[in-house]
Write a protein that binds this ligand. Structure first.
Ligand SMILES: Nc1ncnc2c1ncn2[C@@H]1O[C@H](COP(=O)(O)OP(=O)(O)OP(=O)(O)O)[C@@H](O)[C@H]1O
Ligand SMILES: [Mg+2]
Length: 364
């Protein structure tokens, strides 16, 4: 579903310290209505802290949290119209599924029959029809996750906050529940912040990722932007393997939209996109993904955008062959997908690597 481009939530210059350690050093972001944004980054980078600040569970030092146009920074959690699902789920173990889901509605003094029908609706939303009378200690971990989600959605919060919601589940169930959460989120169009330290989980579930490290936002972008146009070396190395290669821009042909780059292994002609902030003689770092490289049998002459190398080793993995290629004093990893002839290249073969013109360049 296309989300509307109206910010539902705005974070403005949020700072947070614990003692003299500054954990968040000025975080600003907008989250669109209906969007699923993921906070992702290494352990201890402040993801939970930022989520708790949005939910009202942790006070901020300075900055603003604006929900649907209203500054909610001073409101307690229950007055915010946000709902947080904690990593532990925090369900009441001896109560039934239905009582857990309806708990907040009862607090709001909803009449019994309205609670019952809303609970039925939510049970069906999370695919738990007929399990309302079970107690929490008699359902599985994945089902507990569903109940926690249903309970959080009961009062239709404007923003749903999920802190590592899948971390208690085993690997297979994580994938199933990840798809389920995404499905439900899109179906009801609820604005959601999802926290995870797992890059692949973040890539696969999100409209956009907010990557945190060292207390600052490293990049906000769609999974494709994060992968194909990383803003810096940290982001480039964040998902998947990268062959980093240093280069220097020798000249730029703005009309042809080409930059001419020298490297230790040969010269490259790469795309110079309009708006790229690149200058002649800039030192750059090329972000070369293994699957963008192609291999061919050694050619005597030097063709454009090629390096010469020798196959050092290879690993056949069904849908791809992963080659380690020695290019002078370094190794490059080359992934050949859909290999028609898996034994095409052998150890010691002389080959040519072709680097695509679309290779992404970072300024050093
Ligand atoms: N209540 C607190 N008092 C003091 N320090 C805290 C407190 N809560 C968090 N911190 C510290 O703030 C930093 C960020 O913690 P936070 O829990 O936000 O990290 P995280 O990104 O969620 O990590 P993880 O992936 O491990 O859950 C950590 O260094 C943590 O030790
Ligand atoms: Mg955390």
């Amino acid at each position: 579903m296309e989300h509307q481009k109206t910010p539902m939530l705005e974070l403005r210059d949020i700072h947070k310290s614990f003692g003299d350690v500054e954990v968040l050093k000025g975080i600003s972001a907008e989250i669109d209505k209906g969007e699923l944004l993921t906070f992702v980054g290494p352990s201890g980078c402040g993801k939970t802290t930022l989520l708790r600040i949005v939910g009202g569970f942790t006070p901020l030092n300075s900055g603003q949290v604006i929900l649907d146009g209203e500054d909610i920074g001073a409101l307690p959690p229950n007055m915010r119209n946000t709902k947080m699902v904690f990593q532990s789920y925090a369900l009441f173990p001896h109560m039934t599924v239905a009582k857990n889901i309806g708990f907040g509605l009862k607090l709001k003094k909803w009449p019994r029959n309205k609670i019952d029908s809303r609970v039925e609706e939510l049970l069906s939303l999370v695919h738990m029809e007929g399990l309302g009378d079970r107690t929490i200690d008699r359902i599985s971990g994945g089902q507990q996750q569903r109940v926690a989600l249903a309970r959080a959605l009961a009062l239709e919060p404007k923003v749903l906050l999920l802190d590592e919601p899948l971390s208690n589940l085993d690997a297979n169930l994580r994938v199933v529940m990840r798809e389920e959460i995404r499905n439900i989120q899109e179906r009801i169009g609820i604005t959601t912040i999802f926290v995870t330290h797992d890059q692949y989980e973040a890539m696969s579930i999100s409209d956009r990722l907010l990557v945190l490290n060292d207390g600052v936002i490293q990049q906000i972008g769609s999974p494709v932007e994060i992968y194909e146009q990383p803003a810096n070396e940290f982001i480039a190395g964040f998902v998947g393997y990268v062959n980093f290669l240093e280069g220097k821009i020798e000249s730029i042909d703005k009309e042809m939209k080409i930059k001419y780059v020298s490297t230790a292994y040969g010269n490259l002609e790469l795309n110079h996109n309009q708006g790229d902030d690149e200058q002649k003689y800039d030192e750059i770092l090329l972000v070369i993904r293994p699957e963008t490289l192609s291999l061919s049998a050694d050619q005597a002459g030097k063709q454009a955008n090629t390096f010469h190398g020798v196959i050092e080793s290879f690993m056949y993995a069904g849908s791809l062959v992963k080659y380690t290629v020695k290019v002078e004093d370094r190794e490059m990893i080359v992934d050949q997908y859909n290999p028609k002839d898996a034994t095409k290249f052998q150890r010691g073969d002389k080959i040519t690597i072709t680097v695509p013109r679309t290779t992404h360049a970072l300024k050093k």
